[in-house]
Design a protein around this ligand. Sequence first.
Ligand code: C5P
Length: 224
Amino acid sequence: MASQTPLKIVITAGPTREPLDAVRFMSNYSTGTIGYQMAREAIRRGHKVVLISGPVSLKAPEKAIVVKVESAREMYLAVNKHFKLCHCLIMSAAVSDYRPKKIISGKLKKIRKNLSLDLVRNPDILKQLAKIKKDRITVGFALEASNLISNASNKLREKNLDLIIANKKTKGPSPFGKEKPSGFFIDNRLKAERFTKIPKKALAGLIIDKVEKLWYTYHRSKRG
Ligand code: C5P
């Protein structure tokens, strides 16, 4: 499949960090593994990859253009810049939905017994960009605590996606932290296809297969 025209694929990976003060931040347990595996697999097949990554301790594939970011707003700016020229956006980053309203200058002191933080919403990167996607393929991930297929399907529709990879929140910090995740691929006809305990490398390959199929089928059908 990849012997056809190579694609330019933007992949996001890892967590974002939302600063509280000069030394602290809010974040999550994302390791970035699946994003980095997808980047590696896409490059192996000859595609061009821009890997936009939150802070992780992984080695990026050599041929990827790597953009390191910290906060959701930085990620938004980077994705926005590269989205214009891409064929496909895969958002596997665990983007923080909220950030502290104010960043406290210096180090927050423990003077008060209790402390409340005001949080504000971050931009929904995928939703914003998928609104203006034209013929681009947009792929998201959904981590759901309940009603996995229906919640993920709603997300696919709300965010105007071609594919969503749905994963059930189980015990422990991160399901994609598991070596062999299980879940569903849901496509834009809302067809759900189960995957069970697949090693992450193989899962990354299946996602790139689906992206290639979506792109090349779409363009073949446009050409009639
Ligand atoms: O957090 P949520 O379940 O809405 O995430 C679904 C998809 O949307 C994921 O692919 C995630 O990367 C993306 N997302 C985003 N910007 C956000 C939150 C999530 O692009 N602020």
